[in-house]
Design a protein around this ligand. Structure first.
Ligand code: DC
Length: 220
């Protein structure tokens, strides 16, 4: 059976990883969370107090990111250590947003991402997958939802975690991240010309997956 590459890009908090994981399961493909790779490099930088690009770039070869399949899903490892929990912290997400602007960091991780797709049969999500990592991917999806809907989802998630967020603050954060992601010099987030846009603002999870499974089944 033909195996393809599925590239999923889109704004933060629009459910890319949920979609990518579900589609990988549906297809029997490998899922690669590229955001986790940037987060792992950011964690290394925090732990080594390497705040400047000059402190990170010469030591990139010391940073090995891998994925471990466990009973409760895929865990990200940094130099063999399971860091799945740590990399999801807000502080690491903010640092990832900074280090992902460094050209050499991107080149280092993009080369690894391209190697992972050599055998195809992969679903990869991020910001530059359909434009830079796999410009020839057979299926490119660009997920989107309105900033208000994404802010509400994040607000609900934070509340569920026992935090007391302020909706206006969360919305401001969403808008700021969108701005940074789309305006950075290196590989800014943009829709590939041949990407299919899925706006999930008003779709349930089931409705969205139905649309996506159908697109996949028609492309494979
Ligand atoms: O998707 P995420 O929140 O886990 O991503 C963490 C950071 O990494 C985010 O600021 C955007 C950046 N990123 C990127 O620049 N390119 C990718 N392919 C994936 C993530």
């Amino acid at each position: 059976m033909k195996r393809i590459i599925v590239a999923i890009d889109g704004y933060s908090s629009c459910g890319k990883s949920t979609v990518a994981k579900a589609l990988a399961r549906h297809a029997g493909y490998t899922y690669v969370d590229t955001g986790a790779m940037y987060r792992a490099v950011a964690l290394w930088a925090i732990e080594h107090q390497a705040t400047e690009p000059e402190q990170i770039i010469p030591r990139l070869e010391e940073i090995h990111v891998s994925f471990l399949q466990t009973e409760d899903g895929q865990h990200t490892c940094l130099n063999g250590r399971d860091v799945e929990k740590e990399i999801r912290q807000l502080e690491v997400g903010n640092a990832a947003s900074q280090i992902s602007q460094i050209k050499e960091v991107r080149q280092y991780l993009v080369a690894q991402q391209q190697a992972m797709g050599k055998e195809k049969g992969i679903v990869m999500d991020g910001r530059d997958i359909g434009t830079v990592v796999f410009p020839k991917a057979e299926l490119k999806l660009f997920l989107t939802a309105s900033p208000e809907v994404r802010a509400q989802r994040r607000y609900d998630e934070l509340k569920e975690k026992g935090q007391t967020p302020n909706y206006e603050d969360v919305l401001r954060d969403v808008n700021e991240r969108d701005y940074r992601d789309t305006h950075r010099d290196e590989s800014p987030l943009r829709q590939a010309e041949d990407a299919i846009v899925v706006d999930n603002s008003h779709l349930t999870r089931e409705e969205q997956m139905e649309v996506i499974y159908d697109l996949f089944d028609r492309h494979k």
